[in-house]
Design a protein around this ligand. Structure first.
Ligand SMILES: [Ca+2]
Length: 402
């Protein structure tokens, strides 16, 4: 028995169960507690709603008001469910989950809660969500999932320090002041998100510093995302060298063994879709993506696809579609890279790229053009992959009728 935390209105410690306070949801809480006893662990669910109150227990009937209050209560195995509404907060998570018992912060099913720390056009007071261990930013924090949240007008959308086994899924991260997602980590998964228009401040039109995703670390997976219209790169694969004073271990530094696949990476302003940067960036796979008209503001001949900038070797760039008139698909690669079977110069035929609809139309060369190996079982919208004769490139499987 390893339970030492409150669940609903009860607290269990060392097998003893004590009633904390009378409350209307007794039956539900008892059922929860008994289930926890049977399983040997507890898993609380905290509900948050715009009409809640932080003095409430966090039950569905008596929800909390702020995401931060729920986050401060949550421990390994707990879930925070957030109802629709705008939460003007900069949320900080400081606790880790455990293997098989993550802390999950997610939307109420079918609803889209919005985290908004700041106001449009003004420097925000903090990130939409920050993961930073209570012991200090140099320490690891992990086993956390962020799902189904909209995050806008933050300093960055999501920032993490020394994060491991963290998943960011099905979020809409847009119009943040600097980066969409920023941090260093190990085994971080970024999947099924839309990451758009980050870093478009009024004072930085020529900047090359604000990106959709700007991450350092090992075994990072980025799949099924639509990444469009960010200020500089769509994804900066940043191999900062190991610094024991800042990194929780060597696996939280460099940029090794990333898998970037099934993303649609389009219309970044000042730089290419992806940059592989610094010598400690090695052995990354970039496969089954679409790179579409990136490097919008750069001149003829600029790289709009995969940009190698002082990168290490061992990368594999395979079966991507590159489309960017008067632009190049990749810059000069380092020794020891495999660049093969990519499609160039064919319009992927999106439904309406100018309106952010990057689903494929009939006749798209991206349909059934992907490698099956390592493909996700679903596409960005939850449709089974593959449809038709094979795996499609980009974040979406083609659907008949578009
Ligand atoms: Ca297909």
């Amino acid at each position: 028995m390893t339970c030492a935390k409150s669940v609903g209105h009860f607290c269990s410690r060392g097998g003893e169960r004590r009633r904390r306070r009378p409350a209307p949801a007794v039956g539900r809480a008892w059922a929860f507690s008994l289930l926890g006893l049977v399983q040997g662990v507890f898993a609380a669910v905290y509900h948050v709603a715009p009409d809640g109150d932080d003095a409430h227990p966090g039950s569905p009937e008596r929800p909390l008001r702020t995401v931060q209050r729920a986050v401060d209560r949550a421990r390994a195995g707990d879930t925070i469910v957030v109802r629709a509404g705008v939460y003007r907060e900069a949320v900080v998570l400081r606790e880790s989950g455990e293997e098989g018992r993550p802390i999950v912060l997610k939307n109420h099913p079918g609803e889209r809660p919005i985290l908004q720390p700041g106001q449009p056009g003004q420097a925000p007071p903090g990130q939409g969500i920050r993961l930073q261990a209570r012991a200090g930013y140099q320490h690891p924090i992990g086993w956390i999932a962020l799902e189904g949240l909209e995050i806008r007008h933050g300093h960055d959308g999501i920032k993490f320090y020394n994060a491991h086994h963290v998943t960011i899924r099905n979020c809409f991260i847009h119009d943040n002041w600097h980066q969409g997602i920023l941090g260093n980590g190990y085994r971080v998964r970024i999947e099924g998100n839309v990451i758009a228009r980050n870093g478009l401040r009024p004072d930085n039109e020529r900047s090359n510093l604000e990106h959709g995703i700007y991450v350092t670390g090992t075994e990072i997976e980025i799949a099924n995302n639509v990444i469009h219209g960010n200020r500089a790169y769509g994804i900066q694969v940043a191999g900062y060298p190991y610094n024991p004073g800042a990194h929780a271990g060597p696996e939280f530094a460099g940029a090794r063994r990333w898998r970037i696949h099934h993303n649609t990476i389009a219309l970044q302003r000042n730089r290419a879709g992806v940059v592989l940067w610094q010598p400690q960036t090695t052995d990354c796979t970039i496969q089954n993506n679409i790179f579409y008209r990136n490097a919008q503001t750069l001149g003829r001949g600029a790289c709009q696809g995969v940009d190698f900038v002082n990168a290490g070797g061992g990368h594999r760039i395979c079966r991507n579609l590159f489309f960017g008139p008067e632009r190049t698909a990749w810059s000069q690669p380092p020794e020891g890279c495999r660049i093969e079977e990519n499609l160039e110069g064919q319009d992927p035929l999106f439904v309406d790229a100018d309106r952010g609809d990057f689903r494929l139309r009939a006749g798209s060369p991206a349909i059934d053009a992907g490698l099956t190996e390592g493909a996700p079982k679903k596409d960005r919208e939850g449709r089974t992959r593959p449809q038709g004769g094979g795996v499609d490139l980009g974040a979406h499987e083609f659907q008949q009728g578009l």
